[in-house]
Design a protein around this ligand. Structure first.
Ligand SMILES: Cc1ncc(COP(=O)(O)O)c(C=O)c1O
Length: 492
């Protein structure tokens, strides 16, 4: 026996404290989740399917509370795809897309699905080098060969701006066989470019534009925000519902226009690496976030924009502090530049963690909190005061900001990411690794942008830049040896 129809009375009851805003009336997966979990709470379920906790909390405890499978939970195994499709169709309509899928595996999965959807193994793709690692592994999975394009670097902050349209046009002209263009926009630091211009450039070359918009699920929902990628003309975009929208961790939205991308291929690419047991709770939270945006998006975005503007004003009053701002920057993003204060952002981050206010990123020169539509003015103002106090405590000798290696890396690609990933490899000392071909992906995290990628020549300056990250208290991720004493290289 599975849960009854998603539009049951239980899930739609006005004033249900588990759905305080009454979103379930417009969110079929949320309604089904409310119904299933209410039945579980009332002891009316004896599930003889997965998950193995059987809705009991006397074994592994509260950690499984609220967990409900899509299949055989939110709806029957035979019908649950209809329920899912109905929720996804509402999201497609909201973003003006022809195709939408909800993922329980983040923008990581979305990026990889789009890589699998746009080309043939061995084909070139125009792609930003300041890409998240998920895209790089997408190239490995799909066998695509990168033609790197780079963003401009803002000399004042050392941070990446957007990739220029002319850069992409030149790359398309030089590589007429490329199967598409993949950009990250907004960038990790909230800089955003001319997506409409990129879409025109891609379309004139007869290929799709795919945009990794992991950080900005709210774009397009207020007139003072940039349009989202689909509205700007992109053929596909992925965004992490869990990053800036109020959804469960891992929830993501994949959206596509279907003029240049084939629906059956998109679905195949999506399913290729998605679990066959998606968590109904995650999917329902994406559905709820979509219903919230549809109803209250403009109001919540206005609140977010006002709160971030207030934080930027306050931070500018602090001697030496700067914030990223102006045209080409997402106005809902808060990127705090510390070089002028001499404070080390790694120490400021530690203060914020100790104050119960963990941020997305702190490196030597930068602190990046993630304000979201769930934040109100008070929360952001309170955070800003704690941040200011920490900066004052950690103040030092002002310095020039250093552009992080992740933004400036200009690697020499010798093998495709896929060839290097599967090549025989060996471990060599750091000294012996210089000039060899990397078999591994190494990235300071966050932001997770590779400084070394499989197939690239290991350059002395890249190794030195990685060492600097660790010396400043940063974390090196994905390296087989995070101390950087040895490297994995393609066997000679
Ligand atoms: C630009 C970018 N794309 C994709 C991702 C992956 O997102 P997720 O954590 O939702 O898988 C991240 C994660 O930080 C990211 O920064």
């Amino acid at each position: 026996m599975t849960a009854s129809a998603p539009d049951s009375q239980a899930s739609r009851a006005a004033g249900d404290p588990r759905d305080p805003l009454g979103l379930a009336a417009d969110a079929p997966l949320l309604a089904a989740w409310l119904n299933w979990t209410e039945q579980a709470r009332a002891g009316r379920l004896t599930p003889m399917g997965t998950p193995g906790h059987k809705q009991r909390q006397d074994l592994t405890g509260a950690v499984v509370a609220g967990d409900a499978p899509l299949y055989g939970g939110l709806d029957s195994i035979k019908h649950a795809d209809h329920l899912r499709a109905e929720a996804e169709a509402r999201a497609a309509a909201l973003w003006g897309a022809g195709w939408c899928r909800f993922s329980v595996a983040g923008s990581t999965h979305g990026n990889q699905a789009f890589c699998l959807a746009i080309g043939q193994p061995g084909q070139e793709v125009i792609i930003t080098r300041t890409l998240h690692r998920s895209l790089l592994l997408g190239l490995v999975l799909a066998g695509l060969r990168p033609v790197w394009v780079r963003p401009e670097i803002d000399p004042r902050s050392g941070l990446p701006a957007a990739v220029a349209v002319q850069t992409v046009r030149d790359a398309l002209a030089a590589h007429p066989g490329a199967c598409g263009v993949i950009l990250g926009d907004p960038s990790y630091v909230g800089t955003t470019g001319d997506l409409a211009g990129h879409a025109r450039a891609a379309h004139e070359a007869g290929v799709p534009l795919v945009v990794d918009a992991a950080w900005a699920g709210y774009l397009g929902f207020h007139p003072d925000l940039p349009r989202h990628a689909i509205a700007a003309g992109a053929d596909a975009m992925v965004t992490s519902a869990h990053k800036t929208l109020p959804a469960y961790t891992q929830g993501a939205l994949l959206l596509a226009r279907t003029e240049r991308l084939d629906v059956a291929r998109l679905d195949r690419a999506f399913e290729a690496t998605h679990t066959t047991s998606p968590a109904g709770s995650i999917l329902a939270s994406v559905d709820a976030a979509r219903a919230l945006l549809a109803r209250d998006g403009p109001r919540l975005c206005a609140r977010l924009l006002a709160a971030v503007a207030g934080a930027r004003r306050r931070l500018r009053e602090v001697p030496g502090v700067d914030v990223l701002d102006g045209p080409g920057v997402d106005p809902a993003k808060l990127v705090v530049l510390l070089a002028g204060t001499g404070a080390n952002g790694n120490l400021v981050e530690a203060d914020l963690i100790a104050a119960g206010m963990p941020v997305e990123m702190g490196d030597r020169d930068t602190v990046i909190p993630i304000p979201a539509i769930a934040d109100d003015e008070q929360r952001i103002a309170a955070f800003t005061e704690v941040l200011v106090a920490s900066i004052e405590r950690r103040r030092g000798v002002p310095r020039r900001p250093a552009a992080a290696a992740a933004w400036t890396v200009r690697p020499q690609t010798v093998l495709s990411p896929r060839e290097a990933f599967f090549a025989r490899n060996e471990t060599v000392t750091a000294g012996a690794a210089i000039g060899r071909v990397s078999a591994e992906l190494i990235a300071p995290y966050p932001p997770g942008v590779p400084v070394l990628a499989p197939g690239e020549l290991i350059a002395a300056d890249a190794v030195a830049a990685l060492r600097e990250v660790t010396a400043d208290g940063g974390r090196i991720a994905y390296a087989a040896d995070p101390t950087l004493a040895t490297f994995q290289v393609v066997a000679a």
